[in-house]
Design a protein around this ligand. Sequence first.
Ligand code: ADP
Length: 489
Amino acid sequence: MEKYILAIDQGTTSTRAILFDKDQNVVRVAQKEITNYFPHPGWVEQDANEIWLSTLSVIGQIFDGGQVTPQQVVSIGITNQRETTVVWDKESGLPIYHAIVWQSRQTSDIVNKFKEQGYEPLIKEKTGLVLDPYFSASKIKWIIDNVKGARENENLIFGTIDTFLLWKFTCGQVHATDVTNASRTLLFNIHTLNWDKDLLDLFEVPQRMLPEIKDTSGVFGYIDPRHFFNQTCPISSLVGDQQAALYGESCFEKSNVKNTYGTGGFILVNTGDEAIISKYGLLSTVAWKIGNEVKYALEGSIFVSGSLIQWLRDEMKFFTSASESEQLAGQVLDSGGVIVVPAFTGLGAPYWNDSCKGAIYGLTRGTSRAHIARASIEAMAYQSKDLIKVMEADLQEKIPYIKVDGGASVNKLLVQFQSDILEIPVIRPVLAETTALGAARLAGLAVGFYKKEDFKDEKSERYEPSMNPEEVERLYKRWQKAVEATLLF
Ligand code: ADP
């Protein structure tokens, strides 16, 4: 009977279950969308119970039809949207408030107060992160301060989505997280690899609410048979989604980079054994811990990446599906001098300006929709170059090539332009499920189903730079000028 690893990929828009075989091939996939709630401008929430039920539902779908059975699953790995915060009562098992999603800005006031009090440098030094509502700490504080009776209730516990699912799967037996998820809370010291007492005091989060921190790959607990068709098996990895993609893309060595083009963009570079504190506003984070091996990463995010294509589709009505963007952009040889700076919600690293607005430059009477579509695709690549350059400066090393994934990475024009403008090769794996693969690999490693030597580069396509260096310099200078102008707007 063939054996499999089951990966759960609990993302912001959907929950997915993906079954991997011994050769790391995808055997089955199931997916269910998640509802987002926007109770006030800037607030984003989800129902943690819906997330839990969606997880059971996708697991059920995997075994529908009986071609594979739960007995064939040797282990489960969980990867998840990071930072999203759940506080629940360990007696009733019920969350006391919606899950506050990473995107939510409802805790800005808490964070601004700490900024005014000058806590930012200390927090950056300890956590590798910036003081921002994005991370979990202020979200936990907000829930405890705003839900009636919460501060006095000693039964309350906290978890990011990995922790909540693990607790549910084990029927409340295991309250734990892994270092990658802990490193996104703003309560975790990335040097000691433990919860930080000073930060807990600052955010007024009682230690008793926090999960135990474990390795990324290792047995966390066993799924209760009631949730797995009367079978059990170990849950042997918990890992944040971007770190999972780094592992799934085999970025095991220092200077290995993966770039995910999704709704937003996430670039991570492996910095080896060292947690580098960025001079340019990049985040320092734990990439994984497996036994004695701890790897760190620098991370940069792009607020608007594939969502620029969505905007062209939904608001500008340029096309009816994102994939048509490539066809339209392919009608012209270049952007005709048009530059799109998609600062819809300001610009992130390395600019950190949250008030500037987007702009389109270089319009002439001859500018067509094709030029604007092409310039939009190019904008994803230019923004990535801005981040790769500061990563090289922080690392003090040249990055030799990058690997790409995410929904927009199927766009060949984008990937070729990325290689041209970076002047290095860009490698795109044929398998799209790199995040789930990362979780499956880490889970399989823990139970001896996979060995580290099995984790070679997957089948991939390689794009080589083909633009002459003077042209690269000319184009990139124009992009930088356009960004400068945008920052003033
Ligand atoms: P997420 O995981 O953030 O939900 P995905 O990785 O599924 O996102 O990527 C979806 C994004 O990719 C969308 O914003 C969409 O506009 C963009 N996208 C999808 N296909 C293409 C394409 N062929 N060319 C450019 N962008 C695309």
